[in-house]
Ligand binder design. Structure first.
Ligand code: SF4
Ligand code: SF4
Ligand code: FES
Length: 299
């Protein structure tokens, strides 16, 4: 049992702590809409264990009830809360405040590659129009016993790409579309090149998309800078495990003289034409999609 002297000391300590000035932190948030905007500072008390999204929510609950922010799971799984934190594309719900410098304002701005709707919310529908243009999984016939079989190594390979939460941080950071708005018409971007790699490497898939990937999905525009891999919150090796092997397959289909000779000698079919594959799922730019090359806004 604590002595009277110890109890008095504890009370003095508590009093001293409550009298101490509370540490604060400044969040510099981009506020505005499609017509323009700018950075606004919000100073709030710093609390232990918070992530950036917690602080944004506190600001919304106290001083900026009209602040627009998109989120759903707060667990790094829905891919909704993507933003640029101190200039780096990250998930707000997975970025601990303690990992950021607290003695200077922490800047949170919307993803730059997509048009701003309001504040931290962007219009990412370009990605969905590209997704809709990817020819779906086309399995061949089942085995005689009515099942499909594939090796564990093939399952593991596609499992890596299936971890994608569609946060589009990789699309946001890819300079091919970040710095060149017009390329959105011709380029699928890293998230969808990974999806195409998953389909192309799938042993049960029967559709040959290689010329389509080269001629319609713009894989040649990727110059393997690996920025997409660096920002992926699911640690998917987008360049090493998806784009580079996909580029090799595309080269085999289009330019490899040995593969060409082999096909001639063995009487194998040439790679399926891009037009034939595009007929399965029309390209976004051919459908007059409003998002093909739609203007994004500097934030
Ligand atoms: S590696 Fe390719 S897809 Fe990834 S960011 Fe660089 S250019 Fe874009
Ligand atoms: S590949 Fe990674 S960065 Fe790109 S959308 Fe999927 S989870 Fe996000
Ligand atoms: S809120 Fe779902 S990933 Fe951040």
């Amino acid at each position: 049992m604590a002595s009277t002297t110890e109890q008095a000391a504890a009370t003095t300590n508590e009093a001293a702590q409550s009298a101490a000035p509370r540490r604060s932190v400044t969040l510099r948030l981009w506020r505005g809409d499609a017509d323009g905007g700018g950075l606004v500072d919000y100073e709030v008390p710093a609390l232990e264990g918070e992530v950036v999204l917690d602080v944004v929510h506190r600001i919304q609950a106290t001083s900026a009830p009209d602040l627009a922010v998109r989120w759903n799971c707060k667990a790094g799984k829905c891919g909704s809360c993507s933003a640029e934190i101190n200039g780096k594309p990250r998930l707000m719900c997975m970025t601990r405040m303690s990992t950021l410098p607290q003695d200077e304002p922490i800047t949170v701005s919307p993803m730059r590659t997509f048009p701003v709707i309001r504040d931290l919310v962007t219009d990412v529908s370009y990605n969905f129009t590209v997704a809709a243009a990817i020819p779906a999984f086309s399995p061949g016939p089942r085995e005689a016993d009515g099942t499909y079989r594939m090796a564990q190594v093939d399952i593991d390979r596609s499992q890596e790409f299936r971890k994608c939460i569609e946060c589009f941080l990789c699309q946001n950071v890819c300079h091919v579309i970040r710095d060149h708005e017009d390329n959105k018409q011709y380029y699928a971007g890293p998230r969808f090149l990974a999806r195409l790699a998953e389909l192309e490497m799938h042993p049960l898939d029967n559709l040959d998309r290689r010329r389509y990937i080269s001629e319609q999905m713009g894989i040649g525009l990727c110059n393997i800078t690996k920025c997409c891999t660096e920002v992926c919150p699911e640690s998917i090796h987008i360049t090493d495990n998806a784009i580079i092997p996909l580029k090799e397959r595309v080269v085999d289909a289009r330019y490899d003289p040995v593969a060409w000779l082999g096909r001639k000698l063995l009487g194998r079919k040439p790679p399926k034409s891009a037009t034939a594959v595009a007929a399965v799922a029309p390209l976004w730019r051919d459908r007059g999609a409003e998002h093909a090359g739609a203007g994004s806004k500097e934030a």
